[in-house]
Design a protein around this ligand. Structure first.
Ligand SMILES: N[C@@H](CCC=O)C(=O)O
Length: 555
């Protein structure tokens, strides 16, 4: 088949056969019947055969009076119908959440067998995800709604599976491990327990349709909470199918509610059902609003204007250029961990690094989704931002800076070539430019700058002035340099060393912002315990009362 035909077929409607070619399983049949949990064949979803996303509440799948139509990000065809709950329809969700007591569905003193149940559910779900046809189903479904390369989508499924494997067997109960401290007298001992919040809410974004909601959802459940889950409607189809898989793996149907609605309805649900804790992953703007609306009962994994600093020691230029390319442009830059600014030591600036980055960026193509639609920023907005940056004295376009061509990505979404713009460090730091330069563009866009040895303090000043502190990379094997930068910065997930990156945190790395008491984490046992449980201390004091004890004088 000619290249031309492939390309054309791609834009005219992402036909099932063209889409199938994106997956290495290729023409191997994905029989719907062989995926007992799935309600559609992922390759067949199209304008003429739209898939449906339902809600799940009080143990049942439900529809609603309104349907929200999601368009195919590759061709604008309305291809998914989401049952959209409106403000008049939230009652069952409010009741369901309100039925869960503050002490949760389980805790160390109540239904401890449920810790084991969740170990079993994790074992089964991990096993299902380890089957090629199941992981392919989810990888392709992710690609359909949040376009990224097959490898990136499969990576998301892999992280999810590994996470589930980490919490098989007794590992869920070990999350609720308590400790004891001897008391002051015989019979007294203090015990610290991990306690659930009870009814909780979980709101997750479009960019990791499986990894973020699943990891957080399971964390919430492991610790004994009852969550209501809301995923960005553009991608909630993925968790609709995952919920079905979890039910098959033995998850009690009363344990999780799943709602699709607009933000206003969700806000109403939260204010009426009063979850004891809400985990929000998404934009800082919404995060700040929710923090007020929910009186601070919230944990956040919000935006990141994530930085990478290349230290004075230049080594492995090809490798470092490749990591920069992945960090800035994989998933079209739509990772909260994406590299937004690169501070290069002048030694790197003299190397071939930026040329190599340009070469790598130019390899990316829409055909395999190594570059693709930007779901929350339009092409125009990205080009306008670029224009404003190019007005700064001394700035220049390094590469990209143009809209993608020959595509049918709808206008509501962005389509930009991987872009890097150089802005001088002195200019970044000015009062006038700082906010502009450090504005996060959730797309394939990065700022590059350069510093000299005696300007490291200016780089550190820039880090100090930034607002979000999610991921960071310090690319150097010089321990003194690393010490200086790590000691004077705060980002929650910081990679250090020649192979440092900002993205691609697997389930075994804590991932989350630091420097904010509301900061949440995802992935590790520590993240689960911090986000989804609180400390409860039970102080046993059995006696005996000392022989001969007498009532003392009042104090
Ligand atoms: N593992 C993903 C982030 C998941 C977000 O919570 C990354 O490293 O970009």
């Amino acid at each position: 088949m000619s290249k031309f035909f492939l390309r054309k077929e791609f834009w005219v409607g992402a036909s099932p056969s063209a889409l199938r070619r994106l997956s290495p399983l290729g023409h191997q049949q994905r029989l719907l019947s062989s995926l007992s949990f799935a309600t559609f064949d992922v390759e067949e979803i199209s304008g003429s055969q739209p898939a449906e996303v339902h809600n799940f509440v009080q143990g049942k799948w439900t529809k609603s009076s309104n349907w929200n139509t999601i368009v195919d990000p590759l061709n604008g065809e309305p291809f998914i119908k989401v049952a959209d709950v409106n403000e008049m329809e939230i009652k069952p969700f409010v009741e369901s959440l309100s039925n869960c007591p503050k002490h949760g569905l389980h805790n160390p003193f109540k239904a401890p067998e449920r810790y084991l149940l969740y170990g079993d559910i994790s074992t089964k779900a991990a096993h299902m995800l380890s089957q090629a046809k199941v992981s392919d189903f989810f990888a392709r479904l992710i690609q359909r709604v949040s376009p990224k390369s097959y490898q990136q989508a499969l990576g998301e499924v892999y992280v999810t599976r590994k996470f589930l494997e980490n919490f098989c067997g007794d590992q869920v109960r070990f999350l609720a491990r308590s400790f004891a401290v001897p008391g002051n007298h015989l019979g007294q001992q203090s015990h610290g327990f991990r306690w659930p919040y009870g009814p909780v809410a979980l709101v997750t974004p479009f960019n990791f349709p499986l990894e973020i909601p699943l990891l957080q959802l399971m964390g919430a459940l492991y610790m004994g909470n009852k969550p209501v889950l809301k995923v960005d409607s553009k991608v909630s189809i993925v968790m609709d199918q995952m919920m079905r898989l979890l039910h098959q793996c033995g998850m009690p149907v009363e344990d999780v509610d799943f709602i699709n609605s607009d933000g206003k309805t969700m806000n109403k649900l939260l204010s009426e059902a009063k979850p004891r804790m809400t985990l929000f992953t998404g934009s800082s703007r919404v995060a700040e609003k929710l923090a007020i609306d929910l009186n601070g009962r919230i944990k956040l994994e919000d935006a990141g204007f994530d930085w990478k600093i290349l230290g004075p020691d230049v080594n492995e230029v090809d490798y470092v250029a490749w990591v920069c390319d992945q960090d800035a442009y994989a998933c079209s830059g739509q990772k909260c961990s994406a590299q937004s600014i690169l501070f290069m030591h002048e030694n790197w600036a003299k190397s071939s690094l930026t040329d190599k980055m340009k070469g790598l960026a130019e390899r990316r193509k829409l055909e395999d989704l190594t570059i693709g639609p930007v779901l929350t920023v339009t092409t125009e907005a990205m080009l306008d931002h670029l224009k404003s940056l190019l007005e700064i004295r001394g700035s220049k376009l390094l590469f990209g800076g143009e809209a993608l061509e020959n595509h049918s990505i709808p206008k509501i979404y962005g389509a930009l070539k991987p872009t890097a713009v150089y802005v001088p460090l002195e200019e970044i730091l000015t009062e006038k430019n700082f906010d502009l330069v450090t504005k996060e563009i959730f797309g394939p866009f990065q700022v590059v700058t350069e510093y000299k040895d005696d300007q490291l303090h200016m780089v550190l000043d820039a880090l100090e002035r930034m607002h979000a502190h999610l991921t960071a990379a310090v690319v150097s094997n010089n321990p003194i340099f690393l010490q200086e930068v790590i000691g004077k910065s705060v980002n929650g997930t910081t990679y250090a060393g020649l192979r440092a990156r900002t993205t691609g945190a697997p389930q075994n790395h804590w991932f989350g912002p630091a420097g904010d008491p509301r900061g949440a984490g995802i992935g590790t046992p520590e993240a689960i315990k911090l986000v989804w449980s609180c400390h409860r201390e039970v102080i046993y004091d059995f006696g005996p009362v000392p022989r001969g004890w007498e009532v003392p004088s009042s104090t």
